[in-house]
Design a protein around this ligand. Sequence first.
Ligand code: SF4
Length: 86
Amino acid sequence: MTRASAAYERLSLAMIDNPPECSGLDLFTADDLSSDDVDVCASICATCPLFDLCSQYAEIDRPKAGYGPGNDTAQTTSKRRKRTNG
Ligand code: SF4
């Protein structure tokens, strides 16, 4: 078992007893987020009982899309504009 799969398994098991608020919310899997969207996601994550496990998984696996703690790949409109315009 890889470190990433072990971290994902720990997170998945914890989700059984603590379904996170992000579950089923399109905002957390959207390709493009406004800064207001990011603020909403951040506020949900800030009170999530799974925050530490989720952060550990994200730190190891570095998800390529979606919003999550430590996932700086979440694309916001402003970040995309800065990259495009330099
Ligand atoms: S910390 Fe955020 S992204 Fe992770 S499970 Fe909780 S609500 Fe979802």
